[in-house]
Each structure stands twice: as C-alpha cells, then as structure tokens.
Ligand binder design. Structure first.
Ligand SMILES: [Fe+2]
Length: 154
C-alpha cells in the first residue's frame, strides 16, 4: 500500500509505553534523596511525557479521536517494586537496569515500525523517537556506571 501510515494499534501501544516509562522515572525520582540523581530522573520523565504528547497528537490527527489510556495495558517497564524499594545500591542498579531494558525495547519497537511506514511524517517521528530513546539509554548507562563507582541516591 502506498504511503503507509502508523496503525491505530501501534500508536496506541506506543502511547501506553511512553506513559508507563514516564511514570516509572517519575516514581523513582520522587523517592531518590540525592538532588542530582533526582534531577536526572525527573528530566527523563519529562522527556517521556514529551514523546507521549507527540504520539498522542499523531494518533488524533490520523484517527480523529482522543487517545484513551487503559490501565490494563502493560507494555512499559514493570515498576511495582519501586514503591517499596529503599534504594540500596543494588536496588538502585536494578532500577537503572530496568530502565535500560525499557529503552532498548522502545528503540527496537520504533525501529521495527520505521521499516513498515512510508508516510514521511511517521518516518520522521519514528526516527526522532529512536534517537531520543538512544540518548536515554546512554544516560542510563552513565548513571549505572556512576552508581557502581559511588552510591549516592539515598
Ligand atoms: Fe520515550
């Protein structure tokens, strides 16, 4: 089909995963004592919210309706453990690892979708998202290294 656009299903999945990534970083950030650590997490959360907004706008423009969040859809990082974690060094490293996996999944997902669309607007959006999530992954890998050398979240 010429000029293939992102399907409603893919956009729906993508918005859910951005919301869950946003909430993941927000919930951790809210509980990290260290100012610098907290700031980095809040920034990640804000950026994920920007991705959510971008995808929601695309959803509305292609399908003519507002995106509806379904709490039963689980596509982003699992983070129930965050609520009870005291963030020892090993727990902090686990949390960052979950973030790295979630970013890797997002990069793979958007890259795969990029192969399926022909619409230039969708192509640009997906390329940008791959770039943004790669940046997040690198930031988290740096955070992981910092936490290995010196624990400072608590
Ligand atoms: Fe994102």
């Amino acid at each position: 089909m010429a000029d293939t656009k992102l399907s409603e299903e893919v956009l729906n999945h993508s918005v859910h995963s951005e919301i869950q990534a946003r909430d993941f970083y927000k919930q951790i950030g809210d509980r990290v004592q260290n100012k610098k650590g907290r700031k980095r997490l809040v920034k990640l959360s804000q950026e994920e919210d920007g991705h959510r907004a971008l995808l929601e706008r695309r959803y509305k423009s292609l399908y003519g309706k507002d995106f509806v969040f379904d709490p039963n859809v689980k596509v982003g990082p699992r983070f129930d453990f965050v609520k009870t974690s005291l963030f020892s060094q090993s727990e902090a490293l686990d949390v960052v690892s979950v973030g790295i996996s979630a970013e890797t999944e997002a990069i793979t997902y958007y890259s795969e979708q990029l192969e399926t669309v022909e619409d230039p607007e969708d192509q640009k959006m997906l390329k940008d998202l791959v770039k943004f999530e790669n940046r997040h992954k690198k930031k988290l890998q740096s955070e992981y290294k910092r936490l290995t050398k010196k624990y400072y979240w608590a």
